[in-house]
Design a protein around this ligand. Structure first.
Ligand SMILES: NC(=O)c1ccc[n+]([C@@H]2O[C@H](COP(=O)([O-])OP(=O)(O)OC[C@H]3O[C@@H](n4cnc5c(N)ncnc54)[C@H](O)[C@@H]3O)[C@@H](O)[C@H]2O)c1
Length: 244
């Protein structure tokens, strides 16, 4: 049995992870962490006493250091699904991954990982094209642009390193040729839609990924947790699962 700790256990995603783990035969949730103390959960990672094989995190980036310190101290592999980390917090995660196995992806869907590959290929095939990304999420999301939109922009920039992100364009300025515009829409209960548009003089190619159910990300996190157990220290992502 793979023993799982869920950080952010009473959140929309944390509670979905619990349901999805319950539906597996080889995994069990042994503890939960959340600052609300929901249902007897631990308030902070440092307080958590249970032994586990892996931790799945869907919480808030403000808790990054506390979470990472705990995982390093315990030698506990962590699947960090939380988005919105600052550069400093990302550096902290990278440094910790020298000591413990960490899986980090802004989007836990295999479909999005494949979308990123396709997007990179299109960007390489049309070197002069204009690239715009539109992302739509539910009205409770706090970070913008979404981590997935930035991940897709990174995929484009792997093929077109001269580009840079212009997020939330407004005011009196023309579009610069070397920018990737990202527009964020927040509305209702949308789980997550990402459209990457490539415009040339005479055509537009649009690649769209729509998530219909949060269980998509929970299932991805569970697959990543299974992948991570027993792995040596390092920073892993969806490409490692695709290659596995
Ligand atoms: N990687 C992915 O595929 C993916 C998919 C969906 C959501 N997410 C990300 O996961 C995170 C959680 O999403 P959600 O929809 O479940 O949010 P949510 O607001 O429903 O839940 C957040 C959880 O984190 C806890 N929390 C709040 N502030 C905290 C803090 N400072 N320290 C530690 N814990 C804190 C809350 O108590 C709650 O349990 C977000 O960053 C979101 O963008 C990632």
């Amino acid at each position: 049995m793979i023993r799982v700790i869920v950080n952010g256990i009473d959140g929309a995603m944390g509670s979905t992870v619990v349901k999805c783990v319950e539906a597996t035969e080889d995994m069990e949730v042994v503890a939960g962490i959340t600052p609300t103390g929901w249902n007897g959960s631990y308030l902070t990672p440092a307080e958590c006493k249970e032994e586990a094989d892996v931790l799945i995190d869907f919480s808030h980036h403000d808790g990054t250091k506390a979470l990472v310190d705990y995982c390093v101290e315990k030698g506990l592999p962590a699947v960090i699904c939380t988005t919105g980390q600052t550069e400093e917090e990302m550096e902290y995660i990278k440094k910790a991954s020298e000591k413990v196995a960490i899986f980090k992806s802004a989007n836990m869907s295999l479909g999005v990982a494949l979308t990123a590959k396709i997007v990179k290929e299109i960007a390489a095939k049309f070197p002069g094209c204009e690239v715009e990304i539109v992302e739509t999420h539910h009205n409770r999301k706090v970070d913008a642009p979404s981590g997935t939109a930035l991940m897709l922009a990174d995929a484009v920039m792997e093929a077109r390193p001269e580009l840079h992100v212009n997020s939330g364009r407004s005011g009196m300025a023309k579009r610069e040729p070397d920018e990737i515009g990202i527009s964020a829409i927040r509305m209702g209960n949308v789980v997550g839609t990402h459209e990457v548009m490539f415009g040339t003089a005479n055509q537009t190619i649009t690649v769209t990924h729509q998530a219909h159910d949060r269980a998509l990300f929970a299932d991805g996190a569970i697959a990543a947790a299974r992948f991570l157990v027993g792995k040596p220290a390092g920073l892993y992502n969806m490409d490692d699962i695709l290659a596995d």
